[in-house]
Design a protein around this ligand. Structure first.
Ligand SMILES: NC(=O)c1ccc[n+]([C@@H]2O[C@H](COP(=O)([O-])OP(=O)(O)OC[C@H]3O[C@@H](n4cnc5c(N)ncnc54)[C@H](O)[C@@H]3O)[C@@H](O)[C@H]2O)c1
Length: 298
């Protein structure tokens, strides 16, 4: 099947990024704000990002206008009824996502593909609440979605080859490099990256180094574009904690449990770049270590 109309549920960092990628590739997109309130702010956030791209000469103003003209923002889930593909990108919580899949099956066409952008949750668990399980899969984008080339296509237990083929063609059409992954917690990238970030946090707790020195070491010594703390702040500490929790629930190994410092930062609402503070304080330029972490934490 060919995919021309895409519905995106959730207009957070990833939902907006996926919306942009699809519209940039010429597809019609319906972006649904998943929580109560107006969708105006989400639209403004996307427009703000695109305005910067135009200012920096990375995008022509007319391409920006054409891209925006292909997107409809709404707060009504029913607006995705005619979509060929619906990608959910709401909060990383299994019960909330399962409830959404149940509702989407009633809203969408029976031949529509329903995909989740979950980072670590089981696609099969979401599939299990659906009747048309053959058309349920994972479509895992990376942050920022307009820049990162990888898409992990997650093969749930009852996803058909036809669905996977359609998602492969879709991923290539939106200029991404897809890989097919079997449905295991964390898939490929997060199964490797989450323990790495958790290890860096434990290293900080042991006093091996500072936030800055550990980040600097991984950038200068391993040629990583960001250090582990910069990466965690970029992903969002609530998302990192959720990933750690989900992997821990699966493997039950203490090594994968969210460390104390991560949990405390999330409790305080320091979620990284999206809230202005995480391991770093982004109100300062250049960003400095979050003052809450100046004292030993364990
Ligand atoms: N941040 C990343 O690096 C990254 C990368 C790939 C995938 N993901 C996944 O994408 C999804 C969204 O993450 P994000 O980084 O965009 O987070 P975000 O915090 O920027 O956005 C979360 C979205 O969920 C919605 N939401 C919050 N509570 C809700 C509820 N109770 N019911 C329904 N919707 C609710 C919010 O309105 C918002 O649209 C998650 O499943 C996450 O694991 C994140």
């Amino acid at each position: 099947m060919s995919i021309n109309k895409v519905g995106v549920i959730g207009t957070g960092a990833m939902g907006l990024g996926i919306t942009q990628v699809c519209a940039q590739a010429g597809l019609t997109v319906t972006a649904v704000k998943a929580t109560p309130g107006s969708w105006e702010r989400a639209k403004k956030t996307l427009e703000g990002g695109l305005a910067k791209s135009v200012e920096r000469g990375k995008m022509a103003a007319e391409d920006r206008d054409a891209l925006l003209s292909r997107i409809t923002f709404t707060a009504d889930e029913h607006a995705v009824a005619e979509s060929d593909l619906v990608i959910e990108s709401i909060i990383e919580d299994l019960e909330t996502k399962k409830a959404l899949f149940r509702r989407l099956e009633h809203v969408c066409r029976p031949d529509a593909i329903l995909a989740t952008n979950t980072s670590t949750l089981s696609v099969t668990a979401m599939m299990a609440v659906c009747k048309h399980r053959d058309r349920i899969a994972g479509l895992h984008f990376f942050n920022p979605a307009p820049v990162m080339k990888l898409v992990e296509i997650i093969h749930g237990f009852e996803t058909t080859d036809e669905t996977i083929e359609a998602l492969l063609a879709f991923s290539k059409a939106i200029d991404k490099d897809p890989v097919i992954v079997q449905d295991t917690t964390g898939f490929i990238v997060n199964r490797l990256l989450t323990p790495y970030m958790l290890n860096a946090i434990r290293m900080l707790e042991r006093g091996t180094g500072t936030i800055e020195s550990i980040d600097q070491a991984m950038k200068a010594g391993a040629a990583h574009p960001m250090g582990p703390f910069e990466l965690a702040d970029y992903i969002g500490l609530d998302v990192v904690e959720a990933m750690a929790h989900n992997i821990f629930e699966d493997v039950r190994h203490e090594h994968h449990a969210p460390p104390h410092t991560l949990t405390r930062l999330v409790q305080l609402g320091y979620l990284g770049r999206k809230t202005g503070k995480g391991f770093y304080d982004y109100a300062k330029r250049p960003a400095v270590q979050n003052p809450a972490l100046m004292r030993p934490v364990v």
